[in-house]
Write a protein that binds this ligand. Sequence first.
Ligand code: PLP
Length: 458
Amino acid sequence: MRQSPQRRISLVAKDARHILHPWADLTSLGRQNSLVISEADGIRVTDSQGKTYLDGIGGMWCITVGYRHRDLIAAMRAQAETMVYFTPFGNVTSEPASQLASLLSELSPGDLNRVHFTTCGSTAVESAVRIAHYYFSCRGQRQKRHVLAQTNAYHGSTYLAASLSGKAVDRTHFHYEGGWVHHLESPAFDPDNSTVSAAERLDHLIAGMERAIARIGPEQIACFVAEPILASGGVLIPPPGYHQAALDLCRQHDILYISDEVVSAFGRLGHFFASETRFGIVPDLLVTAKGITSGYQPLGAVLLSDRIADALVEAADPAKPVLSNGFTYSGHPVACATAIANIAVMQREKICEHVRDVGPYFLERLRGLRNWSIVAAVRGDHLMACVECHVPGETGPTPRNQALARAVDAYCARSGLLVRPYENLCILSPALIIVKEEIDQIVAILDDALARAERDLW
Ligand code: PLP
């Protein structure tokens, strides 16, 4: 709804005075001139002044079936009217949670047949690691608690999830778990900008992982947490075979493999879950969130293999039988009902098949932007992509390269496209219902923005 200028000014002023945003830029706190998004429909959002934008980021990697989908809204309303909330603790369930858990085990890889619901991605990652700890402790191996993670991965913003995240830029001022979290080298491999072959890069990464396991001692390591493609770290894609080789190493040393599919699941890479269908692995635990409800409701889930779940039951201590992990809003009924409707829509509208059709076109069109001298790289996989900007001759997220990406972002916004600026990257993850004409519109706006930013530079 278009708001009067006075109302908008008042909203922005209240925001500036009172909100400390997630990931706030503290240099402008108190003066932030926030964009007020008032409406959303399909793959577009509209601000309070009535300006409509193509949403190039799918909310935040999460909008899959598009905004204002009638089925999801109807499911939310129906569940809220029927039974809005009751505790999920202990042996109490709700109809949507029970139905959704069964649906997820049908869709998920291999024997990932048991679901532990949470509230979001961060709480799901934390819960998965806690379950790994619990699993080894039950089996009398309490010392197996160290965690291997990836440099440049992002796993969330709670204490442990943030400790597992491996982005140097976020490691300021806060405290992190340092004693038992170990970051392996970022597995990024970009064939366009690499001096080594994919096979050499793979050997190097796996040798590094082997050395880390030997140094820490496999008897001390509980799990390895990995993103299939490192999304927020800059859409970093490992060399082919990386996940399989890492899983083999984990199995050899009795280390649990936790796949963080918070971004990659629910169609973004063309499959409900990317682990098995896209990367050929069945992890021990799989974490998901975001696209599970198409961003309509907050929800996270840890999927456990039968092997892990059975081992927890076998080792259960009658004196202390409780798995003390969960949240007031774990598997909230309205969120679960929304997820069920979302899955039905994805199946009926053949969303994964659609992504497999338009995904390669999206990347091919984006790759055409490499002709601009300020584009250092274009990376991606289906509907997860980024354009990396640089002042020619300068590499990485230097202040000038970051300023350049911000300029591209500002030109895009002016022309009606929202992209996500992160360091010197413009990240793109549109809703999965995007069609080729809309991809052309996104690329045309980006092309124009890059032309303007390049002209400004010289
Ligand atoms: N894992 C990955 C791969 C993510 O990209 C994110 C968020 O972007 C998270 C976990 C954390 O999810 P949430 O923000 O829902 O806590």
